[in-house]
Design a protein around this ligand. Structure first.
Ligand SMILES: NC(=O)c1ccc[n+]([C@@H]2O[C@H](COP(=O)([O-])OP(=O)(O)OC[C@H]3O[C@@H](n4cnc5c(N)ncnc54)[C@H](O)[C@@H]3O)[C@@H](O)[C@H]2O)c1
Ligand SMILES: [Fe+2]
Length: 384
């Protein structure tokens, strides 16, 4: 067995009543000035309104910001940070998908350091001390951001993703409540679900700190996603399907926080930043082309994953690819960049997209090394 280090510093709570859980916890804590983050869609949901009302009943001074935009945007992070610093917020609670959670992680850097210039903190392992407590409640089952050590932001001025990574970035507490997910529309259920599928596959095959612990998380996560994602899409209020995809997403998040992701994420980041395509839906397009590329040299990783996920000694990477293809058909996700809405790519644009992917931190742990031409070829394969 390889030597490995495995860590997860986030406490994970699964509950069918996140409001009761949080209100009980806050009752013991005597918090002054709480920062509550969400986005405009979620702030209209009844469960969010009930939660906000419960905070008001408790008379906890709360700074509410409910205009977080899709993908953590630098300008939005700076705006919220000014507000949070001015109000001396002591605890952040974020309710939302990956965009809200990543925004909250970045605001926490600024709030703790009383410094709104968030770009000063970009990069990996640059934080030197703990941040303020952050509690997150995911409303999508996909990103794993509730337990991950990273936050991805979009710099609107350069159309590039900016990466922040540190053990100190992860949330203190992740509260999983499947009731929050029943309002998630079909496309987003499918797209975020494929983000989780990609995390589980890329974490299993990644070359960093892979261990029997990450392997087990990836295998169990994939079993749940293959079994329950179609039902979550077809029957949105099916709680069994929602809770299994939600827990699977968190498991994959813990796995990739330890072992990394790979080429599919590198390409999805590059395309997503340029064309504003949804992160999970973009991963879905690149997943099969990425696996096929890696299988030229490293099919053994995908073969052992298939044996374990399908409980079949004869299963191999072809079964994995077929299962993903069938899943994409069932949940009706676009299978090409063209059908995802990406315009025709000029040679210059293709060069730029591949160059961005080549320096993306995700590519570091891909099981096979890639060059610029490999990346261009995968983009072209994924286009039609
Ligand atoms: N930090 C990490 O580890 C990590 C990992 C993967 C992705 N990400 C980031 O996560 C972001 C994507 O997050 P996402 O896929 O969760 O989507 P999102 O947070 O961007 O949300 C997409 C839309 O779904 C709506 N929505 C969310 N939950 C809902 C619910 N329960 N009911 C109804 N509507 C709901 C939101 O209002 C929003 O309009 C990207 O910015 C990506 O880079 C981060
Ligand atoms: Fe992802």
């Amino acid at each position: 067995m390889n030597q490995f280090v495995f860590s997860n510093s986030t406490n994970v709570v699964f509950t069918y009543d996140f409001i009761e859980y949080i209100i009980d916890k806050l009752d013991d804590l005597n918090v002054n000035n709480l920062l509550l983050l969400t986005d405009e869609g979620l702030s209209q949901q009844q469960l969010f309104k009930d939660f906000y009302q419960s905070l008001q009943n408790l008379k906890i001074p709360t700074t509410l910001y409910d205009k977080v935009k899709s993908d953590a945007q630098i300008a939005v992070v700076e705006e919220i940070s000014r507000l949070a610093i001015a109000n001396d917020c002591q605890l952040i609670i974020a309710i939302g998908g990956g965009s809200v959670i990543d925004t909250a992680k970045l605001v926490n850097i600024s709030l703790t350091h009383k410094d709104t210039s968030i770009m000063n903190y970009q990069g990996i392992n640059l934080l030197e001390s703990a941040l303020k407590p952050l509690w997150v409640i995911p409303t999508t089952a996909g990103t794993g951001s509730e337990v991950s050590l990273v936050a991805v932001a979009k710099d609107e001025s350069s159309n590039k993703k900016i990466f922040f990574g540190s053990h100190y970035l992860s949330s203190e507490l992740a509260i999983l409540d499947p009731n929050l997910l029943v309002t998630l529309p079909k496309f987003l259920t499918a797209a975020t679900g494929l983000d989780a599928v990609t995390h589980a596959i890329e974490a299993y095959t990644a070359s960093n700190c892979n261990s029997p612990i990450t392997d087990a998380l990836c295998i169990e996560s994939l079993k749940k996603l293959f079994a329950y994602l179609p039902t979550a899409c077809q029957d949105p209020s099916n709680i069994e399907a929602r809770e299994n995809t939600l827990v699977a997403s968190t498991m994959a998040g813990i796995a990739f926080s330890n072992s990394g992701v790979g080429v599919v994420h590198a390409l999805a980041h590059s395309i997503g930043a340029m064309f504003n395509t949804h992160h999970g839906a973009t991963n879905a397009v690149f997943l099969i082309p990425g696996i096929k590329f890696n299988c030229q040299e490293a099919s053994r990783f995908y073969d052992t994953l298939s044996v374990n996920v399908f409980n079949d000694k004869k299963a191999n990477h072809v079964d994995l690819i077929t299962t993903i293809d069938n899943l994409l058909n069932t949940v009706q996700l676009p299978k090409s960049l063209k059908s995802l809405g990406v315009p025709e790519l000029s040679k210059a644009l293709l060069d730029e997209l591949a160059t961005t992917a080549l320096v993306d931190p995700s590519i570091m742990f891909n099981p096979v090394e890639l060059n610029l031409d490999d990346l261009k070829q995968i983009i072209l394969t994924a286009y039609n």
